[in-house]
Design a binder for this molecule. Structure first.
Ligand code: GAP
Length: 504
């Protein structure tokens, strides 16, 4: 976190006013890193889906984008189930006004035997309450164990809330809707209430018919949507991992029901490979298939790509969910909007005497790879973060060149003897070719070691240095961030070298 702040990756939102819980801003390097991640997703999911690989139907995969509004007609969220069902049971504390997710609250009780009429201490894991309550519980009981609050009989009149002093102040669990609401228009009437979207996916379902009617896409095909989503998370935590405003990149892939399981497996495997291709390639990344009892009633499969973040270790945290959503969403929107959203497939049905097909009308099934770009950016930073006291920069970031916000640095060894001019010319060429995907850093000042160290910390993969030899033989040194090794290469070869390294 301190490297992120120091080098301008991630800042607390509204920091000069003390911040605001659950909201984060990206600084110059973070904004570019996140854009590179979004662009990589767009390139590999929309423009050249799955790197040109054929789908289970033996054809090239087709996807198109949409960009839909954060605020939609509130009926969208009634149809999707978010108004009625996007709830978590919560417990409130009457003394502290704190609010906690019911399933997150644990209680310290005596290891054996009953607490009698002594108080028991509630806490939320990973929060300051955990250590504080543990200390008090040990003082009261000696040996303790921890059990979920839900395992205690109600009313909880001997339970001391996570941040409370007196017992008996926790309320019964109550439902709490995670959607932020707002009132568009001048008349501040509850009847005009609308919501900030909690996911980008629904924007796709409600535009499904328009996309089919106005483009040449035919099933199977996907519609991608990226953008901000909002959830009034009760316990935002772990840096950007659980925020109240975050960015999603979701694909809704529509297919014939009979082919949906094959497409589900295809997308699940591709998404795992994709995250690996960006550098999350070790044992910190797993694909976890949900058990049958974790699946929603309409789903025939869901898996999560999970990353072992430092704050979840030894456990894992979800980066992306890949869900088989069946025909649930289109059916719901058809029911609520009374607009037909089924699909007429001219490639199916019995063969006609003229050799054509009769066609088949059906409700498409949907496979949804739903990624979080903030969690993705955070995982890439965590994975890249490397400590090595023997280096001039004891901390550095091994970011994949495709994602790195600074693509290359060009340094004159000293700020004289014609070196700055050669460096500037080299940098000009790199700006033109690669400046769309990241910064090209030029810096003639400071010792060369300090300049390398700064680039290492920012995750810049290659530094090119113009030195005394350059004038004689037109070579520069290229320094590899990860090994610190330097080689000489002809100055004319630098662009081709970078193109090869940045290739997606
Ligand atoms: N349309 C399906 C859907 O939204 P989800 O698992 O709730 O599924 C998808 O969200 C991804 O969005 C998650 O895997 C995660 O990366 C990201 N995400 C969800 N809630 C988040 C939060 N509060 N903060 C940051 N990222 C979040």
């Amino acid at each position: 976190m301190s490297l992120c702040k120091r080098r301008g990756f991630i800042f607390q939102a509204s920091e000069i006013y003390g911040g605001i819980n659950g909201f984060w801003d990206y600084g110059p390097l973070g904004a570019q890193l996140k854009k590179n991640l979004r662009d990589a997703w767009w390139q590999d999911m929309i423009l050249n889906p799955c790197w040109g690989r054929k789908g289970p139907d033996g054809e090239r995969v087709t996807c198109v984008p949409v960009e839909t509004c954060i605020i939609q007609n509130p009926k969208v969220w009634e149809a999707s189930g978010h108004v009625g069902g996007f709830n978590d049971p919560m417990v409130d504390d009457r003394e502290t006004k704190g609010r906690y997710r019911y399933d997150h609250v644990m209680v310290y009780v005596p290891e054996s035997g009953d607490a009698g009429d002594k108080p028991v201490f509630a806490y939320v894991g990973d929060q300051p309450s955990e250590a504080k309550q543990k200390k008090k519980a040990e003082k009261t009981f000696g040996a303790i164990k921890s059990v979920p609050l839900s395992s205690l009989a109600r009313p909880w009149d001997r339970v001391i809330g996570p941040d409370a002093e007196k017992p008996g102040t926790l309320t019964e669990p109550r439902m709490f809707n995670l959607m932020f609401d707002t009132i568009p228009g001048a008349i501040r009437d509850e009847a005009n209430k609308a919501y900030l979207r909690p996911e980008t996916a629904q924007g796709v379902f409600v535009q499904f018919k328009n996309v089919v009617d106005t483009t040449r896409v035919r099933i199977p095909f996907g519609i991608g949507n990226t953008g901000r989503s909002f959830r009034n998370e009760v316990t935002p935590r772990n840096f950007t991992f659980r925020s109240r405003e975050f960015e999603q990149a979701e694909l809704e892939f529509f297919c014939h029901p009979s082919e949906s399981v094959a497409w589900y497996k295809f997308w699940r495997d591709f998404r795992m490979e994709w995250w690996k291709s960006l550098g999350l390639a070790g044992e910190n990344l797993i694909l976890r298939e949900h058990d049958k009892d974790e699946l929603s009633h309409y789903s025939q499969g869901t898996s999560d790509v999970e990353y072992r973040f430092p704050f979840t270790a030894p456990g894992f945290g979800e980066l992306e969910g890949i869900a088989h959503r069946g025909d649930y969403d289109l059916t719901q929107h058809q029911k609520h909007s009374k607009i037909k959203l089924d699909y007429f497939d001219t490639t199916r049905g019995e063969v006609l005497p003229n050799g054509g097909k009769k066609g088949e009308r059906y409700m498409p099934h949907c496979i949804e790879p739903a990624a979080g770009l903030d969690r993705g950016a955070l995982a890439l930073i965590c994975e890249g973060y490397t400590k090595d006291e023997s280096r001039p920069s004891p901390e550095f970031l091994k970011l994949h060149p495709r994602i790195a916000p600074i693509k290359a640095a060009v340094f004159p060894l000293v700020d004289k003897d014609g070196m700055p001019e050669i460096a500037e010319k080299l940098a000009d060429g790199l700006f033109k070719r690669f400046g769309h995907s990241g910064f090209i850093e030029t810096d003639p000042k400071q010792s060369i070691g300090k300049r390398y160290a700064r680039m290492d910390e920012a995750g810049c993969p290659y530094c090119f240095t113009v030195d005394g030899q350059t004038k004689e033989d037109q070579t520069v040194t290229v320094r590899d961030r990860d090994t610190g090794k330097q080689d000489r290469m002809n100055i004319d070869k630098v662009e081709a070298f970078m193109a090869e390294k940045l290739g997606g």
